[in-house]
Design a protein around this ligand. Structure first.
Ligand SMILES: NC(=O)c1ccc[n+]([C@@H]2O[C@H](COP(=O)([O-])OP(=O)(O)OC[C@H]3O[C@@H](n4cnc5c(N)ncnc54)[C@H](O)[C@@H]3O)[C@@H](O)[C@H]2O)c1
Length: 276
């Protein structure tokens, strides 16, 4: 019988590192003394974070990569920045929400870039390593079984016929991209497991980050849902980062191929109401 693995030595790659979930994730892994490769589109905020972490620990190994995750060569930039260092974890938080871009760009960033990055990093992980992706509670708000089947089919085969008509609507494109991330994690778990690795996603609820605040400001329906959250508040970025840290730890050694809702109970509540 195989044994439960211990902490995996190696670099943690954090994408969206300058954002509301990426920053606390970077702080947590820096506090563990991990070498970090921090990636974000925003070079200034990335540099500020790297300085902060370096000031807190002069010995810390902090590398930064300011680049667009949707660029075709982004995975190659990451692997080049990693060099020969073993990869212990990926915490992939970079993403776009419905008010931030058009539907096609949202899908390209949230799904296609994710698929390419994970494919490139899979062979780079040290045994015991873990990839943590970020989905969303939006994925659970899609109820049409035909659409859910089309998303699963798209992730399995690349056939985009059933989802193409949603790509021009930012809200739908976002939800479909996040459902696809959940299906992608399920799809990839066997390949990860065969190498002694794990992959999982976190579905944040309404989180008080720049993105979460921007969406709430624009969307009255969202504000009404925030008022219904059983935990009676928005979540904090660090409440997502703490789960990412857990998933990358030996304490999560049997968690793979699944999505973990960190939503203050909202999807459970909405499902209960829908079933009532
Ligand atoms: N905040 C919420 O309420 C919420 C809810 C559900 C899911 N999510 C998901 O959580 C993840 C993190 O969200 P957040 O709240 O931290 O958002 P955020 O906007 O605070 O941070 C996202 C970071 O990603 C970076 N980024 C965006 N596009 C990029 C690109 N193309 N290349 C490189 N970097 C890019 C941004 O510069 C930013 O620093 C996203 O995938 C989002 O969809 C957020």
């Amino acid at each position: 019988m195989s044994t439960v693995p211990g902490t995996v030595p190696g670099t943690i790659v954090v994408t969206g590192a300058a954002g509301g979930m990426g920053r606390p994730a970077a702080r947590r892994f820096a506090a563990q003394g991990r070498p970090l490769l921090l990636c974000d589109l925003d070079a200034d905020r990335l540099a500020t974070l790297a300085r902060e972490l370096q000031d807190a620990c002069a010995d810390a190994r902090i590398d930064v990569l300011a680049a667009d995750i949707a660029a075709e060569d982004f995975p190659a930039q990451v692997t080049a920045a990693l060099g020969d260092a073993p990869l212990a974890g990926l915490v992939h938080t970079a993403g776009l929400s419905p008010t931030m871009s058009d539907g096609r760009r949202i899908f390209a960033v949230n799904y296609h870039a994710t698929e390419r990055l994970v494919a490139a990093l899979l062979p780079r992980f040290a045994p015991g390593g873990c990839a943590v992706l970020i989905s969303s509670v939006s994925a659970y708000m899609l109820a049409d079984p035909v659409l859910l089947g089309s998303i699963r089919d798209f992730v399995a085969t690349g056939n985009a016929e059933g989802i193409a008509r949603f790509m021009d609507d930012p809200g739908m494109s976002y939800a479909v991209s996040k459902r696809a991330v959940i299906n992608f994690v399920e799809r990839e778990a066997p390949a990860f497991g065969a190498r002694g690795l794990r992959i999982a996603s976190i579905a944040p609820g309404f989180i008080d980050t720049p993105m979460g605040r921007a969406e709430a400001e624009e969307n009255a329906q969202l504000r009404a849902m925030i008022d219904m959250v059983p935990q009676q508040r928005m979540g904090h970025g660090d409440e997502i980062a703490s789960v990412a840290e857990f998933l990358c730890s030996p304490a999560a050694s049997y968690i793979s191929g699944t999505d973990i809702r960190v939503d203050g109970g909202i999807i459970g509540l909405l499902s209960t109401k829908a079933g009532a």
